[in-house]
Design a protein around this ligand. Structure first.
Ligand code: GLY
Ligand code: MN
Length: 461
């Protein structure tokens, strides 16, 4: 936990941004796997963590914008709970750690909320992403659970996005702590990689590093010789010489900040000529994106510039044709690069995505495109100092998409479908790092993890 001052300051800044009423910030509860006493690992709500810092279930924060009082509601454990869980701090003791003096029994919360509603005070809350929270909010606020999102507070969302988007020095240190675990994960995976083993063996090794650091993964590990499947969570393939392995993984820091790193490795230890050619295009695209990142630049413009680098590279190999700029304008490159260049990173791996991507990654200056590929940008807006984001271009050969486009004769002026047949079983390549936008440009966070062809072949060979 950070010091109480950090949380008090964050709540104060939120109060300054909002006019009146109550802010209700529910923490998460335990989620059962198959019966209530057998839960998944506990994952606290990130906004609750940001303002109230406590990583325990069933706590609810309330910020009274009119009186300036912050409160924490929860239920102390009974002796029966203590027998199973050991002695735990009381709600009052937990509250003191984050600078909250007012606490209440959970049953008091609904009364506080009804009283405020009777007085016609606004209750600001965010769209719930867990059904349990949704049902509780609907019950407490007498709202129809089906339409609850219509009553969420845009003012609250926008204020929190402003605060959480710019990372402080202590938040950056946390992201770098998560990245130190990532560096170790990749180091172990690179040492163990060899033809003939199953993907799950590497997953076990990498997630073992996470566990040994008393951490948790920040999202389900993607580790596959079918890197063309963007979020591939199947880990049952045997890795053969000649395969390319995409590993996209992350860990959590002690204060629950995420890392998110992708590397693509040749299973045999060396890249084939064809693999080298595509790999180098992706690496050049990633490095040029990192160079272009600076405050004021829109991430959409950097995405488009990277798309052009990719289209140029594929044109040089005869997979695409025509003017790369025109090809990108038409959206033809999205056959190979159908996702966005990156996303915000923080307490969540896709930071604040639960608020809705348009509130986080877009602003009045940049609205979402409807073009295939460009429409998937999670982050498109102008960058600001202190934003932490991922830079993760990729090139993928997705047989189902290639077939569909070819049948539809899509972008035939830019795509050499004949030549593309040679790449049908190529798989995919993605390279991802995390960085902070600085006043003069950007800084890649964490210990460098090898990514040039030479570095990788040296280690893997
Ligand atoms: N690391 C997974 C993703 O960014 O979607
Ligand atoms: Mn990512």
């Amino acid at each position: 936990m950070f010091s109480a001052d950090t949380y008090m300051k964050r709540r104060e800044l939120l109060q300054e941004k909002l006019s009146s009423g109550l802010v209700l910030l529910p923490g998460n509860g335990e989620t059962p796997m198959n019966y209530p006493a057998n839960p998944y690992f506990f994952c606290q709500d990130s906004t609750f963590l940001y303002f109230f810092g406590i990583n325990k279930p069933d706590l609810y924060g309330v910020i009274d914008l009119d009186s300036g009082v912050d409160s924490l509601f929860g239920t102390d454990l009974t002796i029966d709970d203590v027998i199973w869980m050991g002695t735990q701090p009381s709600v009052k003791e937990l509250a003191e750690k984050v600078g909250v003096n007012d606490t209440g029994e959970l049953s008091e919360l609904s009364k506080t909320l009804s009283r405020a509603q009777k007085e016609n005070r606004k209750i600001h809350f965010l769209a719930p992403y867990r059904t349990e929270t949704l049902l509780k909010l609907a019950d407490w606020l007498c709202l129809d659970y089906k339409n609850i999102n219509g009553s969420t507070s845009v003012e609250l969302i926008e204020s929190i996005v402003t605060l959480r988007s710019r990372k402080s020095a202590e938040e950056l240190a946390q992201i770098e702590a998560a990245l130190a675990i990532s560096a170790n994960m990749y180091n172990q995976a690179m040492r163990a990689l060899k033809p003939g083993i199953v993907e799950s063996e590497l997953v076990g090794l990498m997630e073992g590093v996470v566990g040994a650091n008393n951490s948790h993964i920040s999202f389900p590990t993607i580790l596959s010789v079918h890197g063309e499947i963007l979020h591939n969570h199947f880990h049952g393939n045997i890795m053969n010489a000649g395969d390319l392995l995409v590993i996209d993984s992350g860990a959590k820091s002690p204060e629950h900040y995420a890392s998110d790193i992708t590397r693509t490795l040749p299973v045999s230890g060396t890249f084939s000529i064809k693999q080298k050619e595509i790999y180098q295009i992706v690496l050049d695209a990633q490095m040029s994106a990192i160079d272009a990142i600076k405050p004021g630049a829109t991430y959409r413009s950097i995405h488009l510039f990277v798309s052009e680098t990719i289209a140029k590279g594929l044109t040089a190999l005869g997979i695409m044709k025509g003017d790369p700029r025109e090809a990108v304008r038409a959206g033809a490159h999205a056959l190979f690069f159908p996702h966005g260049l990156g996303h915000m990173l923080g307490l969540d791996v896709h930071d604040m995505e639960n608020f809705g991507e348009n509130y986080v990654g877009y602003d009045k200056g940049v609205t979402r495109s409807e073009q295939f590929g460009l429409a998937y940008l999670r982050l498109a807006r102008a960058l600001e100092t202190g934003f932490v984001l991922t830079v993760e271009p990729g090139i993928y050969f997705i047989p189902a998409l290639i077939d569909k486009w070819e049948q539809e004769k899509k972008h035939t002026q830019f795509i050499q479908y004949e030549k593309l047949r040679e790449y049908r079983d190529f798989g995919g390549i993605r390279i991802e790092d995390d960085l902070v936008v600085t006043e003069s440009g950007s800084r890649v966070l964490g210990t460098p993890i090898p990514k040039t062809i030479e570095e990788l072949e040296n280690i893997l060979g």
